[in-house]
Design a protein around this ligand. Structure first.
Ligand code: NAP
Length: 441
């Protein structure tokens, strides 16, 4: 018996933010019982549904997360249970000594410009979810039989979207991209993809490794206007930042040597361009952009505008969390209201629901460990009933919980269904996963 063995914690969300809280609890509160609750039968959040299908190496972090569950009897995965739909926060706080909200930021930010509601405008969460087989977005049905698509933003998500739209089936054969998406992308008449960055090359939000991939696509050329690239770094930039920025500029310089139309598709990176209106009738027919300049790091409109005809717009401009009843929410920043991770007595936030949609997978580790320190320090009073009480509740409500062993059955079905050398053919519906699981039992 450890001093924590009568304590229990529910982590809501099994993406990186939540999984690092579980790992931290295993170290800092050994013996504490940990339930990781997720609304989907499949665990690990953005690792499965957000990380690009052609970044399989990144996805392999899921093996470490899986170990935290399989190698520890006091950790359970409680899949297919949704906070707000199946259980309330009040119920969870009555059952567990602490509840950690780590359900991510799956809602797309809005541009807030006229025409944004036209057919053919998609947010990146929806678009990425579509090609990643996310059950919420499998029916998105973007029409790719078009000439031109516009991608707004130049963060890593925008790069993912532009790259996946440019890949061939051969390049994607080792991935788990949805079949329906790969078929549509391959059959598409799409010729040009514009990536619009509202600021300049020195402010690009993407990282160099991701940008470099745009230069080695089998059937797409990426082009950028070399005259916009600075020869020197600004004096007021610190040395570390200079190094990071110089690498990006060097990559952009090498991209600037390519010519549009050299391959089947062309990705045009356009700096200093901010969207002001999406044009067309019910469906997108173009996008009106305003030329910008950057002063003191800030983007300023110049009043000069230009139109690019296009039939699809994918906004990759960041994400916000879901406002769940009973949980204080900051509408402006799109995150749960908290103080250093403390939301209310016994309730904590971790991951993107706490910090907003920024940083790499690894950023979550430090942050989740810090929140866990607070949580463990706050343990006090009589221990709450813990996981058995959740089981009673889910049984009373006739909810089908997907345990980690159940998930391993679904995972094996996906792996067996995949044609070599693809790692898995994902289920794209919750019903499909549950039916597959029930039939395999
Ligand atoms: P992000 O890095 O914040 O990039 C958002 C982009 O949208 C920026 O270019 C931003 O421009 C632009 N933007 C925001 N509001 C806009 C508006 N109203 N009009 C025009 N442009 C607008 O967000 P993200 O790409 O969604 O990525 C989220 C996080 O996940 C990032 O930390 C990212 O690095 C990480 N991620 C990493 C990987 C990877 O490592 N491979 C892959 C995917 C995501 P400004 O810079 O001017 O604001």
């Amino acid at each position: 018996m450890s001093e924590f063995s009568d304590r229990s914690v529910a982590i809501v969300g099994s993406g990186p933010g939540g999984m690092y809280v579980a790992q931290a609890l295993l170290e800092k509160a050994p013996g504490c019982r940990i339930d990781i609750i997720d609304r989907l039968p499949s665990p690990f959040g953005l690792i499965r549904g957000g990380v690009a299908p052609d970044h399989q190496k990144t996805k392999r972090v899921d093996q470490k997360y899986a170990q935290s569950i399989t190698e520890n009897d006091n950790v359970r995965y409680v899949g297919n249970i949704s906070l707000g739909r199946d259980v309330s926060l009040d119920e969870l706080t009555a059952i567990y000594d602490a509840v950690v909200l780590a359900y991510g930021a799956p809602y797309d930010n809005k541009l807030g410009i006229p025409g944004e509601d036209k057919k053919g405008v998609f947010g990146s969460n929806a678009f990425v979810g579509w090609y990643n087989c996310h059950p919420d977005f499998k029916d998105l049905g973007p029409n790719l039989n078009i000439g031109t698509a516009a991608v707004i933003g130049i963060g890593n998500v925008a790069i993912d979207v532009a790259r996946v739209l440019s890949r061939t089936p051969a390049e994607m054969s080792t991935t788990d991209i949805a079949d329906y998406a790969m078929n549509d992308i391959d059959a598409a008449s799409l010729k040009d993809v514009y990536m619009f960055a509202r600021r300049g090359p020195l402010e690009a939000a993407c990282t160099n490794n991701e940008l470099k991939e745009m230069g080695v696509l089998e059937a797409a050329t990426t082009v950028v206007d070399g005259s916009l690239l600075p020869d020197e770094m600004p004096d007021d930039m610190d040395d570390r930042e200079k190094k990071v920025r110089q690498r990006i500029i060097d990559t952009l310089k090498s991209l600037s040597e390519a010519k549009p139309g050299e391959k089947r598709r062309t990705v045009h990176i356009e700096f200093y361009a901010s969207p002001i209106e999406i044009l067309g009738g019910d469906t997108v027919e173009g996008i009106r952009m305003e030329r910008t300049k950057v002063e003191g790091g800030r983007c300023i409109g110049t009043g000069e505008t230009f139109d690019i005809p296009c039939e699809m717009v994918v906004t990759c401009i960041g994400s916000r969390a879901e406002a769940i009843e009973g949980i204080p929410f900051n509408e402006r920043s799109g995150i749960v209201e908290h103080e250093e991770g403390r939301v209310a007595p016994g309730v904590y936030a971790a991951g993107w629901v706490k910090r907003g949609a920024t940083g790499t997978i690894g950023t979550n580790r430090l942050d989740s460990y810090a929140v866990t320190d607070l949580l463990v320090a706050d343990f006090g009073g009589n221990a709450k009933p813990g996981p058995d009480a959740l089981d009673t509740l889910t049984q009373e409500r006739n909810l089908q919980v997907v345990s980690f062993d159940d998930w391993l059955v679904i995972k094996e079905l996906e792996e067996k269904a995949a044609p070599e050398p693809s790692p898995r053919k994902k289920f794209s519906t919750v019903e499909g996963m549950i039916e597959g699981l029930n039939a395999a039992r």
